[in-house]
Design a protein. Structure first.
Length: 458
């Protein structure tokens, strides 16, 4: 590439340390697409003849076929994906291949390739998010009207439908899909034509190239275009937030699948055993997905740290942008797909959930609401019910075991029907506000999600 300026070849150790082709070859098809658009722009500027353009396109298509077939030989001494493809093209077609890099730098070339790759990877991830959403909706449907305790501070709080709990994650994943799509939209701006940092005295039609490659716009500052990777940071951030939601979902799943909870049974196909303890059935998929969230966080902070001290414009540090992006796309995609499969085969233990939801303390707040409807201020109602809870604990009984006399000793507003409040199903039926977990509301939201996911773009 630069033999005219240097009298010695790079040392073997420098080549090994500086090469990126071992990982950036994943950009090969995007590099070829960008080169075809660039060649077309060179022809439009009359810098290539029609025959030279045809020769370049045929050569690039031949290389693409070799790459897809796994027959292309990558050479470390050529450093990166760009020079490997350019060298192969020149070997195939001769002189026209040497013209392809006119008015182009590897700086704007790699920025273009990475944006193209991310656009495709993001579409795949959004599709995988949809797959997990569908699987979770199916799990929610299988839950039917099954009631389980909802938790705060990991302590039993109030009753909810199991379907409502699961749908909380479907809502989170919808926002994750939106963040990924937003990141892809902001990345869909063409940097090609920015050169190394200051464009070129050979001005090509950049909007023509943008149309060729499906970009929405062209970059407006050549230094910004080649030196910033905020679009990659945004992608990594969206992946990390999605991973955070998956980790929380997996934490709930690990708890639900434990003997202590026993709410959810995972398939044998999605659990593992112990090398020592023959009775064990471990939720390893959920644990791995929870653990891999750390990688997603690390990739984001890795790139942010790489970028934070870089002066304009391009610096070789930016070679470190691709591996975090590739790893996050691979890690998140694999987690989404295996979790969708796992939840598709999972089954509720409704008996265990019903037993846990039969705890009268879960509906203690309904007594406070009952007193409020009788005219008592909420804070006083809260105190009254708290006193009754303490009384039941002191006696070693449940709230249902207290007598009407016990209740009226704390507040004369309690009537004979007050005990009806201590019914979880009744409590849920009364929670009718939009977004609340009444069976009717949850059924309506499940129907809404069914239609939404059937029509959602992957």
């Amino acid at each position: 590439m630069w033999h005219g300026r240097f009298s010695k070849d790079p040392s073997a150790r420098l080549r090994a340390y500086g090469q990126s082709v071992s990982f950036d070859q994943r950009l090969a098809l995007q590099d070829i697409a960008g080169s075809k658009a660039h060649a077309a722009a060179l022809r439009k500027a009359r810098l290539l003849t029609p025959n030279e353009l045809k020769s370049i396109h045929r050569g690039l298509e031949s290389i693409a076929r070799e790459i897809r077939a796994g027959k292309f030989v990558w050479r470390e001494e050529l450093e990166d994906v760009h020079m490997n493809i350019e060298a192969a093209l020149t070997r195939k077609i001769g002189a026209p291949g040497a013209k392809l890099h006119t008015a182009r730098s590897r700086n704007d070339q790699v920025a273009t390739d990475l944006r193209l790759w991310m656009r495709e990877a993001t579409a795949d991830l959004v599709s995988a998010v949809r797959g997990l959403q569908k699987s979770l909706v199916g799990l929610a449907v299988r839950g039917g009207d099954a009631i389980m305790p909802g938790y705060t501070h990991l302590q039993r709080a109030q009753p909810v439908l199991a379907a409502h709990h699961v749908l909380a994650y479907v809502e989170m994943l919808e926002r994750d899909a939106g963040r990924l799509a937003d990141a892809a939209q902001r990345a869909n701006v063409l940097p090609l034509g920015s050169g190394a940092l200051a464009g070129s005295t050979i001005a090509l039609d950049r909007r023509f190239m943008a149309r060729q490659l499906g970009f929405d716009d062209v970059s407006q500052n050549s230094m910004d275009a080649v030196s910033d990777r905020d679009f990659a940071c945004e992608f990594l951030s969206a992946c990390a937030i999605t991973g955070m939601h998956l980790s929380r979902l997996c934490e709930d799943t690990i708890l639900w699948a434990s003997s202590e909870f026993g709410f959810l049974a995972l398939s044998d196909a999605h659990t593992t055993g112990s090398s020592l303890m023959p009775q064990k059935k471990n939720p390893d998929i959920a644990e791995l997905a929870r653990g891999k969230t750390g990688r997603l966080y690390g990739n984001l902070f890795s790139l942010l740290t790489t970028l934070k001290g870089l002066p304009l414009a391009y610096n070789r540090d930016l070679q470190e942008d691709k591996e975090p992006v590739f790893d996050s796309a691979d890690t998140l995609g694999a987690s989404l797909e295996i979790l969708a499969e796992m939840f598709g085969a999972a089954r509720w233990d409704k008996r265990r959930m019903a037993a846990a939801a039969d705890d009268a303390l879960l509906v203690a707040t309904d007594w406070a609401d009952y007193l409020v409807r009788q005219g008592l201020a909420f804070r006083e109602a809260h105190r009254v019910v708290g006193t009754l809870v303490a009384l039941s604990v002191q006696r070693g009984v449940t709230l249902r075991d207290l007598s009407l006399g016990d209740l009226q000793a704390e507040s004369k507003l309690f009537k004979a029907g007050a005990m009806k409040c201590l019914d979880a199903a009744r409590s849920l039926r009364a929670r009718t506000a939009e977004g609340a977990p009444s069976p009717k509301r949850v059924a309506a939201r499940l129907a809404w999600w069914g239609k939404r996911l059937a029509s959602a773009k992957s």
